[in-house]
Write a protein that binds this ligand. Structure first.
Ligand code: NDP
Ligand SMILES: O=C(O)C1=N[C@H](C(=O)O)C[C@H](O)C1
Length: 233
């Protein structure tokens, strides 16, 4: 498959290595808005760029008939608009805040645990995410997906950075060193604490998931998720 990479930073470079090992070719490495782009050479585009550039990159791909796998976080206020442009162009699109198999299993575990805790008022939920100091957005996209999983299954109504409240999930974002991504969720009562945690050891799991998603979307049109790709629940 011929892959165009939008964003050739930490993730773009890791995806290049994994894609080549799986027999794919990287036909474009786009790292800034002024680069000329040959969309015709691409079977699929993989975007791991920046919160500011992702929407433009993705929607230009749809307009040029290229399906998109997007892992960039921090731009989701325009997700619905991107979906509309994708559908108008009969394109293919997968966005995931986290492409790793482990985190997608963790998303399912989080939803199951939230269902079990939904009526136990003595337990208060809180979340923490830790990432490297170069990360531009907070909270992480993964933390937002986890919070949404709790909101869907409990009386909690919203999340907020640091701030707790009756129906508000507090999320603590820590930026330190080179941490690839650690997420934990705790339910705490006066007598005990239940905690689940996912810790990425490196970026390989994210990159492999994105390449598997790009193989999966070949020949399909529509809006999909990693649940479809991984056949989860
Ligand atoms: N969904 C998932 O599984 C994961 C998601 N992510 C997300 O992916 C994104 C990228 O992460 P990461 O690789 O660590 O970040 P990096 O900062 O290492 O890479 C981003 C790259 O995008 C480039 N860029 C800037 N402007 C544009 C543009 N207009 N078009 C294309 N590329 C551009 C940057 O170039 P320059 O430095 O010159 O500005 C940089 O090389 C983040 O949003 C992060 O949260 C990360 C890991 C996993
Ligand atoms: O910026 C990162 O590095 C990561 N970003 C994603 C997020 O915001 O959740 C996924 C992963 O945690 C690494």
């Amino acid at each position: 498959m011929n892959i165009g990479l939008f964003g050739y930073g930490k993730m773009g470079k890791m995806i290049e290595q994994i894609a080549q090992k799986r027999g794919h070719s990287i036909v474009a490495k786009i790292d800034d808005a002024s680069q000329p782009i040959d969309y015709k050479s691409m079977d699929v585009a993989i975007d791991f760029s920046t919160p500011e550039s992702a929407f433009g990159n993705i929607t230009n791909c749809f307009k040029n008939g290229v399906p998109v796998i997007c892992g960039t976080t921090g731009w989701l206020e325009r997700y619905a608009e991107a979906v509309e442009i994708c559908n108008d162009n009969k394109g293919g699109f997968i966005y995931a805040s986290n492409f790793s198999l482990g985190v997608n299993i963790f998303f399912e575990l989080n939803a199951q645990l939230a269902k079990m805790m939904a009526n136990l008022e003595e337990y208060k939920v809180s979340m923490e995410e830790i990432h490297h100091t170069q990360k531009l957005d907070a909270p992480s996209g993964t933390a937002i997906t986890l919070a949404e999983g709790i909101i869907e299954n409990t009386p909690y109504e919203k999340w907020k950075l640091e701030e707790s409240g009756d129906k508000t999930i507090p999320i603590k974002s820590i930026r330190e060193g080179m941490v690839p991504g650690t997420h934990s969720i705790a339910y705490e009562s006066a007598v005990d604490k239940i905690e689940i945690k996912h810790e990425a050891h490196n970026r390989e799991g994210f990159a492999l998931g994105a390449v598997i998603a790009s193989e999966w979307i070949a020949g399909k049109s529509g809006i999909f998720s990693m649940k479809d790709v991984l056949n989860l629940s």
